[in-house]
Design a protein around this ligand. Sequence first.
Ligand code: C2E
Ligand code: MG
Ligand code: MG
Ligand code: MG
Length: 290
Amino acid sequence: KQAGVGFIRFFDLDEDRETKHYRRIWLEVENGFKEGEFELFYQPKINMRTGEIVGAEALIRWHHPQKGLVMPDSFLPFIERSYLSETLDKWVIVQALNQLSEWRSMGLEWQLSINITSRSLQQAHFVSNLAKRLKEYGTELAPYLEIEVLETSALEDMEHVIAVIGQCHALGISFALDDFGTGYSSLQYLRDLPVDIIKIDQSFVRKMLHDPNDLSIVGGVISLCRVFNRQVIAEGVETAEHGEVLLLLGCDFAQGYGIARPMDAGALMVWQAQWQVKPFGLVHNQAMFG
Ligand code: C2E
Ligand code: MG
Ligand code: MG
Ligand code: MG
């Protein structure tokens, strides 16, 4: 009995410590937004057959005053289930619309994908907030905006997510199913979720050159996307070889370190000026990767 009481006490203490740890991070993040410590980086996406830049994915970075550049994996898990997920997503939407306006004023007809937390997606006013922002920045931007939703969060409340996708489609915004293959990936989801594009998770792409099972999965997903009339993009394209295999398998688009790493808006302009628009597997050789 005594041990039981001790155990309970120990457990409470631990939980208390965890709550404090979360609270500290929340305060830091909240303050970080106020102080302008966050920035969106952009990773280009290309059409594999033509080599053209079709757009970019926005990826958040935190310029922490003490820790320097902090990557999303080290703070998002603490905030994406909290009230701060809305602060984050609202900020991302405004930044993305700003960036899209800027690109358009430069004559760049690029799409911009943003990652949205599942918590925001479940919020009743998500679409109305998005529509309000679009009105502010210009509804003509809508076809250039794409929302990436994790396969795992789309499945949390399928019916609601299907409705949200429909409402966003009505505004002109497209949807991508992110990290495909890491959730349940059933045929039923592929059939019922009205997403425009499937993003094959990078874990399969990375291993496909060495593991025949992963190669089959990637080939299978690409074929399924054909059947269900969805576009398909591969993440984690790290080398020319990845690109060549994906092109042979019929993949539409590619994103990965082999093409470019995520970078700030200024660096992206320098990079795009140097990018050579050529079909992927044929002309791009090792020299272009590195
Ligand atoms: P994600 O949406 O699947 O984004 C792709 C991640 O893979 C990015 O990591 C990107 O830098 C990385 N990546 C791209 N190409 C390669 C490659 O060839 N090799 C390897 N090893 N990695 C590659 P990052 O920027 O660290 O973001 C991690 C995750 O954090 C994202 O995964 C996304 O789920 C989340 N995230 C990032 N930015 C945001 C944001 O603004 N809002 C929300 N809600 N989530 C975000
Ligand atoms: Mg993503
Ligand atoms: Mg992904
Ligand atoms: Mg991911």
